[in-house]
Design a protein around this ligand. Sequence first.
Ligand SMILES: CC1=C(CCC(=O)O)c2cc3nc(cc4[nH]c(cc5[nH]c(cc1n2)c(C)c5CCC(=O)O)c(CCC(=O)O)c4C)C(CCC(=O)O)=C3C
Ligand SMILES: [Fe+2]
Length: 397
Amino acid sequence: MSASPDGAAAEVRVLAASPAAAGGPEHVEEPVRYDALLLAGFGGPEGQDDVIPFLRNVTRGRGIPDERLEEVAHHYRHFGGVSPINAQNRELKAALEAELARRDIDLPVLWGNRNWDPYLREALQDARDRGYSRLLALATSAYSSYSSCRQYREDLALALDETGLMDGMQIDKIRQFFDSPGFVQPFLEGVRTALAGLAERGIAVADTRVLFSTHSIPSVDAEKSGPRDRDFGPGGAYEAQHLAVAEVVMAGATEPGAEAPAWRLVYQSRSGPPSMPWLEPDINDVIAEIAADGAKAVVIVPLGFVSDHMEVMWDLDTEAMETAQEHGIVAVRTPTPGVDPAYVSGLVDLVIERLAGTPAAERAAATALGPWYDVCRPGCCENTRLGFKPAVSGIAP
Ligand SMILES: CC1=C(CCC(=O)O)c2cc3nc(cc4[nH]c(cc5[nH]c(cc1n2)c(C)c5CCC(=O)O)c(CCC(=O)O)c4C)C(CCC(=O)O)=C3C
Ligand SMILES: [Fe+2]
C-alpha cells in the first residue's frame, strides 16, 4: 500500500473478483459471495467522559486544541454526553438482521464505527476471528462527498492496515443510496403528513414553506464530490443529489395539479473557520427570511440524515425550532428514515444487488442521477486539504 502525492494512484482493495472493474465500469454486474455485511457508522460518545476523546477522534490529524473541542462539546454535554447514534445503529443492525432472515439471506451483520467504540478495526478483528475474508460494507451515509463517502472508504482502509489485514481481507462498499426508493419513502410520507397537519390547522399552502436541510460541507469538498469526469456544477454531486431527492419528495408528497408549497435546499451544522467558505444558506437565516416574507409555517425535512442523531437533535430540534419560535412561525420537523421498514428493506435490496450482480439497468433508483456507482473512480470525492489516503472500494487507475 503506498500513498501517492498526486492523489491519482494506489486506491487499494480493488474488486479482485471483478476483473472488468479495473477497466472502469462503475457497476459490478456479476455475482459476488460475501462472508458478512459490515455496517459502518460514524460513532458517538456514550457519557461525559467520552466526549473529548470522541471529538479528538473526529478531528484527528487536524491539530485542533482541546479548548476548541470543548466549545463543540456543549451540544453533547447538554444531553449528558450521550449521542443517540450508537443506539440507533444497534437498532439498525437488528433490523437488517431481521430483514435478511425474512428474505432467507444467510449473511451475518457486523458493526463498527469510524470514531467510537466499537471501532471498525474491532469489527475487522472479529471478522478475521470468524474466518471471514470478504466483506460488503454499508456506510450510514446516503450522499456523495468526502465526509459522507470517501472518508468511510479511507477509514476502512486504515482499519485494514491497523489490523494487518490489508492483504488478507477485501472490503467492497455498497453504493451511496440517496436514490434508493426505500430511503426516499420516509421523507415523502413525512412531508405529506406534515402538510396535511398544517392544512388541518388552517394554514394555507401559500403560507407554508418546505426546507430540506442537510449538513453543510466546505465548498471545495462540495465541488469535488462525485466522479471527476462528470460536471454537476459548483455544488458538485452532493448538492445535485439532494436537489434531485427533494424534487422526488415534493412530487410524491403533493397532489398533481394542486397548489404545492415553495421549497428550498438549506444547510446546517457548519463548523470550521469563518474564513473558509461552506455551503449556504444556513437554515436559521432562511427561517428568519421566510418569516419576514410572511410565511406562517415551515416544514423542516432532515434530508441529509439517516437517523435522529446529534445533528438532528441539536441543530434542528433545538436551534432551528428556537429560531422558528423567535420569528413567530409554526415549525414541524419530519422524521428521518431510522429503522422505517421501507428504508431497511431498501438497504437489503442494495445488498442483494451486490450478491446477485444485478445489471445497473435493472436496479431501483428514485432519481435520474442513480443508480449510483458501486466502485469509486480515482479522485472521486477527494479532499485536497487533508491529502491523499488509501481507500477501499475504488477502481485502480
Ligand atoms: C456530510 C456530513 C455528515 C453526514 C454524513 C454522515 O452521516 O456521515 C456528517 C455526519 C455526522 N457528523 C457528526 C459529528 C461531527 N461532525 C464533525 C465535523 C464535520 N462533519 C462534516 C460533515 C458531515 N458530518 C464536516 C465537513 C465536518 C468538519 C470536518 C472538517 O473540518 O473537515 C464534528 C467535529 C466538530 C465540528 O467540527 O463541529 C463532529 C462531532 C455525526 C455524529 C452525530 C452524533 O454524535 O450523534 C454525524 C452522524
Ligand atoms: Fe459531521
